[in-house]
Design a protein around this ligand. Structure first.
Ligand code: DGY
Length: 349
């Protein structure tokens, strides 16, 4: 990548990736794509032979004002879950914008209705991250239920004395009931991975029954039944107007006092103040969060001081292969949109 100084404050680079000779010699202007951050190489490499790429050259999200400036006149936008794509941004881009690809399965940061109004298809990255997110959900569930945060801190602080039969007792999965809120692809993958642990019952709640649930032995129940009966409650649902803040004081009160709550979906599905109170007052047993509001969670958040709350920095999809596959799928979506073809993975509208 060759650096071109487009602005003093920001680093935007234009792609100088190898371009096949036929494409290089063509005189037709190539569509212009803006990539909002540094992303795994697979996507930019796919776009480079066909597009003129400019990219915000940072591992941090692009500042909003700079994004508004850089998107102007582009034919395609390659964005991330940290970039808000709303009416204002679409106006700033201009009417030539043909396609948006977000390198994420969640698309709550995109005003999909507004894109539909403007005939701009939006691509996203389901499936390629399902395994990684399901694995991390299990990891966080085990870490939280077996109190790994407290255990690791005890080793470090010297609180680890002699072996004590009553110390740091957690909850095991074997024979337990697990409740999954949201039986989409990730919910199903989590359920599949739970079975070898000898879970006795898998319950799930959703807006409707899932055709895939029976295959993983999960039973569709009303939310209240799931909350009341589950030893572990896992949030695997998308953030929508209906799920926003759904895990609140009322919901925590309906859970078992020992319940372990895990969220790998979006921070917005949880009322964090209510969660703090529930954890502090023993309304529920423990929580493991991969997602919060805001992100990053401020280091003085009271949640971080709770021994029974583990917080991870939104790493559910963070494996090398997964992120590269997300990057490649985003590029495929963009290339299809630029050719007026159906996107391989278009967000449902
Ligand atoms: C997504 O892609 O929406 C996930 O949250 C990333 O981990």
């Amino acid at each position: 990548m060759a650096r071109s100084i487009l602005s003093k404050a920001v680093q935007v680079v234009k792609s100088a990736l190898a371009v096949p000779q036929s494409a290089a010699m063509s005189t037709a202007p190539r569509p212009r794509v803006f990539i909002t951050q540094k992303v795994p190489h697979g996507g930019p490499e796919m776009l480079a032979p066909h597009c003129e790429i400019s990219q915000y050259d940072s591992e941090d999200p692009i500042p909003r004002a700079e994004l508004m400036k850089q998107v102007a006149g582009k034919d395609a936008l390659f964005c991330l879950l940290t970039d808000k794509v709303d009416k204002e941004l679409l106006d700033a881009a201009g009417p030539q914008l043909k396609v948006i690809g977000t390198m994420s399965v969640g698309f709550d940061h995109v005003d999909v209705k507004e894109c539909v109004k403007r005939n701009i298809p939006v691509g996203y990255t389901p499936e390629v991250l399902t395994s990684a997110v399901a694995e991390l959900t299990i990891a966080l569930l085990l870490a939280t239920s077996r109190r790994l945060k407290e255990a690791m801190e005890a080793v470090k602080s010297g609180a680890w004395g002699t072996w004590k039969p009553l110390w740091l007792l957690g909850l095991g999965l074997e024979g337990s009931t697990v409740g999954i809120a949201g039986m989409g692809r990730i919910g199903v993958a989590v359920a599949e991975r739970l079975r070898p642990f000898g879970v006795a019952k898998l319950l799930y709640s959703d807006v409707q029954a899932s055709p895939h649930a029976a295959g993983v032995g999960a039973e569709f129940v009303p939310l209240d039944d799931m909350l009341k009966n589950s030893d572990f409650v896992l949030a695997c649902c998308a953030l929508t107007p209906e799920t926003k803040g759904m895990f609140n004081a009322t919901v925590f009160k309906k859970m078992k006092k020992t319940a372990v709550f895990v969220n790998t979906s979006r921070g917005g599905v949880v009322n964090q103040d209510d969660l703090y109170e529930a954890l502090k007052c023993g309304e529920i047993g423990a929580a493991g969060l991969d997602v919060t509001v805001p992100e990053p969670l401020p280091t003085d958040s009271p949640l971080l001081d709770l021994p029974n709350c583990i917080v991870l920095p939104h790493i559910a999809s963070a494996t090398e292969d997964t992120r590269n596959n997300m990057s490649k799928l985003t590029a495929s979506n963009i290339l299809a949109g630029l050719k007026n073809e159906p996107l391989p993975k278009q967000v449902p509208s």
